[in-house]
Design a protein around this ligand. Structure first.
Ligand code: TEU
Length: 560
């Protein structure tokens, strides 16, 4: 049928469970805490919850290292509580998608323990094992099978003395990569996915799913500035068999089902062309993908090497993705998640114009064509952590970077500045519910410090305020639900070169909306050809002067 899919006017809310709400008093968020706040999600109006991993894990990468795919980790609660959560969401008309982490498992996953135990283990080939590089002694520096670097620092290979071979891990050594060339690996993943769908969940967010197909020759990458490590990404980003595997997964898991599901692939490094192949509905691969172009524009040599965002670069990038997936395929729309610093601090003004800049970026994102994702805390304008000491950080990526950068002689203050801006912990501080102790997240000291501004920035205070970020997000969600122009209209970027004006149109038949954003803390004159229209929604208390945009002002105008 040509009816647009149900998710074309849906909004997804991401919960990072360990930082959402603690109901057991151990300082870590849990399922009971989520159940206590289901009405918060229903009042926001979201249609889907994406839940970051809650399966059994030793937590080297906060649950993205799974040791039992069919068991809830007791730190998050019981199997019964999970079923209560699912029921509580479904009762409110909200779907639940799980985080599918199948590029790698935990090193404590029984299958890996068997695989590593001997070269003749029946499960040896479920992971990537290789001999030392020819001419090198096993275990000696430089003997790694190739020069790929892990995303979290160091080599992507770890030597296992037990069998005198190395195993591949694109992330931590506790996250060995699964060998998807092995049909048994694929069959086990599909069986596990079917098990979760049979339990009643509504789909999956798929962790680095475009990394699962590697070039089996595992060639060296081009050596990077380190002079030691190579960039292996040409050999595992959207690799040789990725579309074959995704189409097989779709057949084996969703093919025989009639329900309304959602699959969203996290595809770092994916281009518009590749995303078209991933999300063209005729190809039966994925419904949509998370791409990383717009969240790389403020990065120099590496993630922690900051360069100021150029707005024209962002407009160009978003326009490329809007136009590229206009006819076929579908965009995910996000600026925040558990891996990204908070946008109000990153691209806005989290001091003087926190409300205005948070709601401006929300407008510019939510009025595009695609499915918007709201990350916990974004709906009240939560800011970066503001950490000043390395002792406050928890994220393995940040801690490894700190150690490595200091070892390479980088200035400590500069390294801390890089973390202050870009650490993933900026998104992982406890959800700020009230102005009370520990921001109402927990009765005890949380696993990671609460951001210092919680007395002013919290759900209770925000929802009682004249200018409520939550209230504004609720209007954006309502607009998407009520307007097919917002969900399905064409996207037309205006004035691409303007350094601080972000303006675009949406058109559908004889309907048209004009979105204006002043991405700056200074007043901005509105070009005369953009002054018309009746205000649909704005982030200032009054309509203001149509010739002028106030600092961080957003205006949605009906120009039909
Ligand atoms: O993220 C993959 C990924 O691309 C990020 O690690 C990104 O490269 C990095 O955060 C940039 O700083 C997924 C999960 O979202 C992330 O939390 C996990 O750490 C990672 O995969 C491994 O599972």
């Amino acid at each position: 049928p040509n009816d647009p899919a149900w998710w074309t006017n849906a909004v997804v809310y991401q919960i990072y469970p360990r930082s959402f709400a603690d109901s057991t008093g151990d300082g870590v968020g849990d399922i009971g805490g989520i159940i206590e706040h289901l009405d918060h999600l229903a009042e926001l109006g979201v249609d889907v919850v994406w839940l970051s991993p809650i399966q059994q894990s030793p937590q080297f990468d906060n649950g993205y290292d799974i040791s039992d795919y069919r068991r809830i980790d007791e730190m998050f609660g019981t199997e019964e509580q999970f079923d209560l959560l699912l029921q509580g969401l479904h009762e409110r008309g909200i779907r639940l998608i799980m985080d599918l982490v199948v590029n790698h498992t935990s090193n404590e996953y029984p299958g890996f323990q068997s695989s590593r135990s001997s070269r003749t283990s029946p499960k040896r080939d479920r992971y990537w094992w290789r001999d030392a590089r020819p001419g090198f002694e096993p275990g000696e520096p430089g003997a790694e099978p190739n020069n790929w670097r892990s995303f979290f620092g160091g080599s992507a290979w770890t030597f296992e003395p037990l069998t005198s071979q190395y195993y591949l891990h694109l992330f931590t050594p506790q996250q060995p990569d699964l060998n998807w060339e092995n049909p048994r690996v694929r069959a086990k993943v599909y069986a596990m996915m079917n098990w979760w769908l049979d339990r009643g969940v509504d789909g999956f967010r798929m962790d680095v799913i475009n990394f699962i197909s590697k070039d089996p020759a595992l060639p060296d990458g081009v050596v990077d500035s380190s002079g030691i490590w190579g960039d292996g990404s040409p050999y595992f980003v959207s690799g040789p068999r990725i579309h074959e595997f995704l189409q097989e997964m779709h057949r084996e898991v969703f093919g025989g089902r009639s329900g309304q599901y959602l699959t969203v692939g996290e595809t770092p490094g994916a281009t518009v062309e590749q995303a078209l192949l991933f999300t063209d509905a005729q190809r039966r691969e994925l419904d949509m993908v998370f791409q990383f172009e717009h969240v790389s524009l403020d990065q120099g040599a590496g993630k922690f090497d900051h360069r100021p965002l150029s707005l024209p670069d962002l407009k160009t990038s978003w326009n490329r993705w809007q136009r590229g997936l206009a006819e076929k395929g579908w965009n995910s729309l996000y600026l925040n998640n558990h891996d990204q610093p908070r946008v109000v601090s990153r691209f806005g003004d989290d001091q003087q114009y926190r409300y205005e800049s948070a709601t401006l970026w929300a407008t510019l994102l939510h009025l595009q064509r695609g499915t918007p994702y709201i990350y916990q805390g974004e709906e009240i304008g939560m800011t970066n952590a503001g950490f000043t000491s390395i002792d406050q950080y928890r994220d393995v990526e940040s801690l490894n970077y700190f150690a490595e950068a200091l070892e390479q002689g980088m200035d400590r203050e500069r390294v801390l500045e890089g973390l202050r801006r870009m650490s993933r912990d900026n998104a992982r501080t406890p959800m700020q519910w009230t102005a009370g102790e520990h921001a109402g997240f927990s009765e005890v000291e949380p696993w990671i410090p609460v951001a210092a501004n919680y007395p002013a920035v919290n759900v209770e205070t925000d929802r009682a305020a004249e200018q409520s970020v939550f209230g504004y997000y609720r209007e954006l969600v309502r607009l998407r639900h009520e307007s097919d122009l917002v969900s399905l209209g064409d996207f037309h970027l205006l004035d691409p070169g303007h350094p601080t004006l972000f303006a675009y149109k949406r058109t559908l038949g004889d309907q048209a909306l004009l979105v204006l954003g002043n991405v700056s803390g200074a007043e901005l004159g509105v070009p005369s050809d953009l002054e018309a229209g009746s205000l649909v929604l704005g982030n200032y208390p009054d309509a203001g002067d149509r010739h002028l945009l106030r600092p961080w002002e957003a205006r949605i105008l009906d120009i039909s």
